[in-house]
Design a protein around this ligand. Structure first.
Ligand code: SAM
Length: 402
């Protein structure tokens, strides 16, 4: 017996996704506007698209089909708070109908080695996971990360709720590669020849098993031949010659063999539980606190972006539920870390900002305030760039529906 996720409107949602995708192949459908004129974006520029992401993603296909390495989205949850989405109703079926064509278009935009991170709380997590399996293929599911977002708090009657979920799919599971992060202890950072290098002193061991406290477990260079033989010595000599290994005086006239790696290239595999608190603080740091509810922490999104672009510093990153623009700042921070040139594409509707703080800023100065979320997104990008990448340029465009 087969199993399937079904809901009212499913067939029509898939048909819509296919039709929009086809429209773009035929060179029809929505296009971008900049200052009122048609705009065709370059394939490698930072962009903020202001408008509904359904025509936005469709328009993007013309120039970016198969070019996006990382998609991160934090879609409106089914709480009725997300106003743009609320217009569509708020039950599981309408959430699935809302998401289906958007995820189909996102998949078309992804590179063959691309990945998508979908960040959700308990409300839609289970539904979204099944929907994701259907769109990306269960065989391309890479699992679910846990984002620990708070130490306490939350108002659930059952638990103190401090985490949510990040479901991950690849366009093709065998092409995405490992998710990497900066290497942590036991390695040590040292400056060698003016460069930050990670130094691991524990690369050669005298034997396996437990060591008594105080007993040296490292195999000294001078003892390799006797303990491990000529082949091992030749291997180590080759790595010493290539610069991957170095010798470090270790007492008694002997030398430890240490591995040295440029700090920005030293990686470990990402752990599936990621702790990152306080997205509101990131906005406060930029003088934009208290205007937008529940921004995600930059640190989390930076970790996710970097994990799939560790050795791909020119990659394109897409977030089509941009909110306050966390993903743009995360891309800037990932670039700052390794001197990279990753680009961001953000899409955000000009949905009114309704917080008291946002309204009082508009009342005080309509030109400087933030009547719409997309205005805040743009200002956040400018302020983050001033701090992290003063040379950064980004194009603000709108979507024109035919
Ligand atoms: C949960 S928030 C994302 C917050 C974001 N991750 C951050 O850190 O600030 C979801 C955002 O999606 C936007 N949104 C909802 N429906 C949309 C649509 N159809 N097109 C574009 N943006 C939409 C909402 O206005 C809201 O800003």
């Amino acid at each position: 017996m087969s199993t399937a996720l079904n809901w009212t409107g499913k067939d029509a949602s898939f048909a819509l996704g296919r039709a929009l995708e086809q429209q773009s192949r035929l060179g029809e459908g929505p296009r971008f506007l900049r200052d009122g004129a048609t705009y065709v974006p370059g394939s490698h520029e930072n962009m903020l698209v202001v408008g509904d992401n359904l025509p936005g993603l469709t328009a993007l296909l013309a120039t970016h089909r198969g070019r996006v390495k990382v998609v991160y989205i934090d879609p409106p949850y089914n709480t009725g708070n997300a106003l743009a989405y609320k217009d569509h109703g708020h039950d599981h079926a309408s959430w699935l109908n809302f998401m289906t064509p958007r995820l189909m278009l996102a998949r078309e935009l992804m590179r063959d080695d691309g990945v998508i991170f979908i960040h959700l709380d308990d409300g839609e997590s289970a539904w979204a996971q099944l929907l994701g399996h259907e769109i990306f293929g269960e065989e391309n599911s890479l699992g679910t990360l846990i984002h620990q977002r708070a130490k306490g708090g939350g108002n659930s009657p059952s638990f103190v709720r401090g985490h949510d979920y990040v479901h991950v799919w690849a366009k093709a599971a065998d092409q995405a590669g490992a998710f990497l992060t900066d290497k942590k202890a036991p390695a040590k950072l040292e400056i060698i020849d003016g460069k930050r290098m990670l130094v691991e002193t524990d690369v050669l061991r005298a034997g396996f098993g437990r060591y008594a406290r105080g007993q040296e477990r490292r195999l000294m260079y001078e003892d390799i031949l006797e303990v491990k033989g000529a082949k091992k010595l030749a291997e180590v000599d080759a790595k010493l010659a290539s610069g991957e290994f170095m010798l470090k005086p270790w007492g008694g006239g002997k030398h430890a063999v240490v591995r040295v790696t440029p700090a920005e290239k030293a990686s470990s595999k990402l752990y599936s539980i990621i702790k990152a608190l306080g997205g509101q603080n990131d906005l406060e740091d930029l003088g934009l606190g208290g205007i937008f509810s529940y921004p995600k922490p930059v640190e989390l999104v930076k970790t996710l972006v970097a994990s799939q672009t560790f050795f791909d510093p020119e990659a394109i990153v897409l977030d089509f539920f941009a909110g306050s623009g966390t993903t743009a700042q995360a891309v800037m921070e990932a670039n700052r870390r390794d001197g990279g040139a990753r680009k961001f594409i953000l899409i955000q509707t000009p949905e009114p900002l309704r917080s008291t703080n946002a309204r009082s800023l508009v009342d005080a100065d309509p030109d400087a305030g933030f009547p719409e979320i997309s205005r805040l997104t743009a200002e956040r990008i400018r302020r983050a760039a001033r701090r992290l990448d003063p040379e950064l340029s980004f194009t603000e465009i709108a979507v024109a529906e035919e």
